[in-house]
Design a protein around this ligand. Sequence first.
Ligand SMILES: [Zn+2]
Length: 297
Amino acid sequence: MYHLFVCTCMHCSFNFMCSCLAPGNKFSLFILSCCRLCPGWKNFMIEFGKYEIQTWYSSPYPQEYARLPKLYLCEFCLKYMKSKNILLRHSKKCGWFHPPANEIYRRNDLSVFEVDGNVSKIYCQNLCLLAKLFLDHKTLYYDVEPFLFYVLTKNDEKGCHLVGYFSKEKLCQQKYNVSCIMIMPQYQRQGFGRFLIDFSYLLSRREGQAGSPEKPLSDLGRLSYLAYWKSVILEYLNCHHEKQISIKGMSRATGMCPHDIATTLQQHSMIDKREDRSVNLVKKFLKYQDKTVTFST
Ligand SMILES: [Zn+2]
């Protein structure tokens, strides 16, 4: 038995064969990502539209691109290139000014496009590679066909600029309504993450099916979801004046799955438990006091 360790990080060529090598014996291949251990990733940049962006994590771009200090991306078709000159030549003939799909939402200068991974495979693969630069864990890069990608853009006279996206499995047995969600660094902390989360629940409500994001969530994702869930629950409680409300009813109205609602109520200490499976909401969270929440089975 011998072990070959190969790093998938794009900045180093970590390729280690352990000393227990015995030719002809069994062989185990370990794919690793040294990621934060590798000094190279810290210096990796992408040029994207008018932005030059420092990347956060490694992404499995092909080796000949991965070794470069900087990648040049077309901000519309997401094709990656080795030099500014190639990008300039590409831009003249690209002809894309928005994601390759139907626009399903527009308000002011924001649009959402629903891109089918089966129809626009290369675009979706490039989107996944780009997203991985800003996500600590993500496994989907190439098998994009079973997914829809909801791409949020900010529009001006030059075109529809990528703000972020979430992907969603077309047929998901676990009822996940978001597989992966990412906001480009230049658009973070401006409410776009919340917008996309809200949009994913809007789709769930339209499907008549409560949803939940795929686990595990990234650190940033967990914080965003907890804040979102809490605000939606508070809004619901303040709009519903009945003395008794059920988690099932909240789930129907919000598209959030009952488990996420219950977890949020507990994590924010919003409820006092009783022995009879019903709970009282903590009064400070209510305009209208003495409300009881029941856990519907
Ligand atoms: Zn292009």
